[in-house]
Design a binder for this molecule. Structure first.
Ligand code: FAD
Ligand code: NAP
Length: 530
C-alpha cells in the first residue's frame, strides 16, 4: 500500500498543477487518473471542432514564466489536440508522469479519524493512504447520455462528445443525428455537417451562440502579449478572463449606441459580447436588448425563416445558460444536408434499429452523437464512495445540494480539498485561473498545518452554513437562476435545484480566501490527533 502525504484524484489542468506544487513543497504526492494519459477534458473531448473559448494566451498556466514564454499557441482559440499537447508537455517538462497511476479510477475514499488519514481504493484493487486528499476530478468530467425512449435499442453507433474515440470517427457517407445544442454540440455540428451525408440536429433548447472569429495567432500579437504577461496575469487573477468590461448600463445609452456596441463586439467575436454593458446579467430589460440583437443576427444569417425562429432562444435570459461560442453555427443550417428538429414542438417518440421517429417525421440514422453534457460540478465526486469522519457518505450529506465552506472543504470530511467545485467561482470564470488559485491556497494551507503541528483541518458547520447562504444570495441577485441550466443541476433528473458556483467573481473570492488564511484559517477547526 502506498503511504503518502497527499493523494490527488485526476490529472487534468488541476491535478497536474497540484502534483507540481505539492511536490515542490516537499510532500510525497501521487495522482490516480482514470484515463490512460494526462489532459482531463482535453484528453476525453476529441470530438470534431473541440477547442477552448477563452483565448489560449489566457487559457494556460501562469505559474511558470519560462513555460508561458516558450509555449507557442497557433490560434486565438486552440484546438483540443493543441491543448492536449500543451498539457502533455507540462507533464514531461516538470517530470510529473512518474507521480501518476494512469488507467486507474478511484472508487472509494474513507477518512480514518483514528489516524487522521484518507484511505483510498481503486478499480484495479490498489490501496493508498495519505493525510490529505485533493479532488481534482473535474467539474465537467462525468458525462451523461440522454434519457430518450428506445435509445438502448438503437442498432447503430452511439457516441458522447465527452468520451470521443481516440482514433476519430469517419462520418463520410453516413446519416448522423446530433442530440444537444450546448457548447459541445455548437462546436461539433458545423464540422460533422461538412463530412456527413445527412445531419439531423435534435434541439431541445436553442442556445445563444456568439461567433468565435477564430484566427491564426500572429507572431506580433503573441510577442506583445508575452511581453506584458506579468501584468495581464495579475489582472486575470482579479477578473478571470481579460474582457473589455464596459461599466455602463445598457439603459444609459441610446438604442443606436447600444446596437453599435453589440455590433462592434459581434464583429470581434467571443464571450466579450456578454460584457457589452454592466447590467446584462442583472437586469432583464438590459438582457433582452442583447437577446434581441442575437435574434436579429440569426434571422439575418439563416435563410429559412421557420428554421431561424426555431434557432432563436426564448424564455430565459442570454448568458443564464452558458453562452456558446461557435464557428459557422447558424450558417450550417443553410446547408441542404442539415435538418433541424425542434424537440419541444415535435418530440422523439421512438428510436428503433436505425431510425429516429418524432411526432412529425422519421429519419434513417447510422450514428447518434450525444452532445448532452455532464452531471456538472458534483458528478465526478458522486461516483466515488467518499466517507467522512463520522462515516457519512458525501452523497448523503449533499442530498439536498452541495454544502461546503469556500467551495474548498466540507464539514465532517477533514483534510479533503475540492478543486473548482460547487461554492467556488468554478465554471463561471477562466478555469485555469480558478485552478491555480485553489491549488496555491491548498498548498499554503497544508504547509500551515505542518508548521502549526496540526494533523486535521475541517470547516466549522456555522462557517459552512454562512458560506452556502452567501453563495445563494450572490446568485439570487443575478439572472443566472432564471434558466434550467446545468449550473443549477436542472439537466439531471432528481438533482436538487441549487445554483452551485459562486457568482461573486474570482477577485472577491480570492480576497475572501486570502483573508481566511491570513487570519489563521477562520471558520476552520484545526486539531492534532497524533
Ligand atoms: P478535468 O479536466 O475534467 O480533469 C479531471 C480528471 O479527473 C479527468 O481526466 C478524469 O478522468 C479524472 N477523474 C475523475 N474522476 C476520477 C476518479 N474517480 N478516479 C480517477 N480519475 C478521475 N474552461 C475554460 O475556462 N475555458 C474553456 O475554453 C473551456 N473549454 C472547455 C471545453 C470542453 C469541451 C469542456 C468539456 C470543458 C471546457 N472548460 C473550459 C472547462 C474545463 O472543465 C476546465 O477548463 C479544465 O479543463 C478543468 O480541468 P480539471 O483538471 O479541473 O478537470
Ligand atoms: P450542455 O451545455 O449541458 O448541453 C447539453 C445539450 O444537450 C443541451 O442542449 C441540452 O438541452 C441537450 N440535452 C440533454 N439531454 C437531452 C435529452 N434527453 N434530449 C434532448 N436534448 C438533451 O453540455 P455541453 O454542450 O457538453 O457543455 C457543457 C459545458 O462544457 C459548457 O457549458 C462549457 O462550460 C463546457 N464546454 C466548453 C466548450 C468551449 O467552447 N470551450 C465546449 C464544450 C463544452 P437542454 O438545454 O434543454 O437541457
Amino acid at each position: 500500500m502506498r503511504e503518502l502525504d497527499v493523494i490527488v484524484v485526476g490529472a487534468g489542468f488541476a491535478g497536474l498543477y497540484a502534483l507540481h506544487k505539492l511536490r515542490g513543497n516537499g510532500l510525497a504526492v501521487h495522482a490516480f487518473e482514470a484515463a490512460d494519459d494526462v489532459g482531463g477534458v482535453w484528453h476525453w473531448n476529441r470530438y470534431p471542432g473541440a477547442r477552448c473559448d477563452v483565448e489560449s494566451l489566457q487559457y494556460s498556466y501562469s505559474f511558470d514564466d519560462a513555460l508561458q514564454q516558450e509555449w507557442v499557441w497557433s490560434e486565438r482559440y486552440a484546438q483540443q489536440g493543441e491543448i492536449l499537447a500543451y498539457l502533455q508537455h507540462v507533464a514531461d517538462r516538470f517530470s510529473l508522469r512518474p507521480l501518476i497511476s494512469f488507467g486507474t479510477r478511484v472508487t472509494s475514499a474513507h477518512f480514518d479519524a483514528a489516524v487522521d488519514r484518507w484511505h483510498v481504493t481503486t478499480d484495479l484493487g490498489e490501496e493508498a493512504t495519505a493525510r490529505f486528499c485533493v479532488m481534482a476530478s473535474g467539474s465537467l468530467s462525468a458525462s451523461r447520455l440522454p434519457e430518450i425512449p428506445g435509445i438502448e435499442t438503437f442498432a447503430g453507433q452511439i457516441l458522447h462528445t465527452g468520451t470521443w474515440p481516440p482514433g476519430g470517427v469517419d462520418f463520410a457517407g453516413k446519416s448522423v443525428a446530433v442530440i444537444g445544442t450546448g457548447s459541445s454540440g455548437v462546436q461539433a455540428i458545423p464540422q460533422i455537417a461538412r463530412s456527413a451525408e445527412q445531419l439531423v440536429v435534435l434541439q431541445r433548447t436553442p442556445n445563444f451562440v456568439v461567433p468565435a472569429r477564430n484566427q491564426p495567432l500572429s507572431e506580433e500579437k503573441q510577442s506583445a502579449w508575452k511581453a506584458a504577461y506579468a501584468e495581464y496575469r495579475a489582472q486575470a487573477r482579479q477578473v478571470g478572463t481579460l474582457y473589455d468590461f464596459n461599466q455602463t448600463s445598457a439603459h444609459a445609452v441610446s438604442a443606436q449606441a447600444r446596437e453599435a456596441e453589440y455590433r462592434r463586439r459581434w464583429k470581434l467575436g467571443g464571450v466579450n459580447f456578454v460584457h457589452a454593458f454592466n447590467d446584462i446579467m442583472t437586469d432583464p430589460v438590459a438582457n433582452q436588448t442583447a437577446a434581441d440583437f442575437v435574434h436579429a443576427r440569426i434571422r439575418e444569417v439563416v435563410n429559412d425563416p421557420v428554421t431561424a425562429e426555431k434557432l432563436c432562444p426564448r424564455g430565459y435570459p442570454l448568458g443564464a445558460k452558458r453562452i456558446c461560442v461557435g464557428s459557422d453555427y447558424y450558417e450550417t443550417f443553410n446547408r441542404i444536408n442539415v435538418a433541424l428538429i425542434d424537440l419541444q414542438a415535435t418530440p422523439v417518440t421512438a428510436i428503433e434499429a436505425k431510425t429516429i421517429r418524432t411526432t412529425e417525421a422519421v429519419f434513417a440514422v447510422d450514428l447518434i452523437v450525444c452532445a448532452t453534457g455532464y452531471d456538472a460540478l458534483t458528478g465526478a465526486l458522486a461516483q466515488i464512495d467518499i466517507r467522512g469522519r463520522s462515516g457519512t457518505a458525501l452523497s448523503a450529506k449533499w442530498a439536498d445540494g452541495p454544502r461546503n465552506y469556500l467551495g474548498l472543504m466540507t464539514a465532517d470530511f477533514p483534510n479533503m480539498f475540492i478543486v473548482t467545485g460547487p461554492g467556488s467561482p468554478s465554471v463561471l470564470v477562466n478555469m485555469v485561473v480558478g485552478i491555480e488559485q485553489h491549488i496555491d491556497w491548498i498548498a499554503a494551507c497544508i504547509q500551515h498545518l505542518g508548521e502549526a503541528g496540526a494533523t486535521r483541518i475541517e470547516p466549522e458547520p456555522e462557517a459552512e452554513q454562512a458560506w452556502v447562504q452567501q453563495v445563494n444570495d450572490a446568485a439570487a441577485e443575478t439572472l443566472f437562476v432564471q434558466a434550467n441550466s446545468w449550473y443549477l443541476g436542472a439537466n439531471i433528473r432528481g438533482k436538487p435545484r441549487v445554483f452551485m458556483p459562486f457568482v461573486g467573481g474570482i477577485g472577491r473570492y480570492r480576497a475572501i480566501c486570502d483573508e481566511v488564511a491570513a487570519s489563521g484559517y477562520a471558520g476552520f477547526q484545526l486539531a492534532n490527533g497524533d
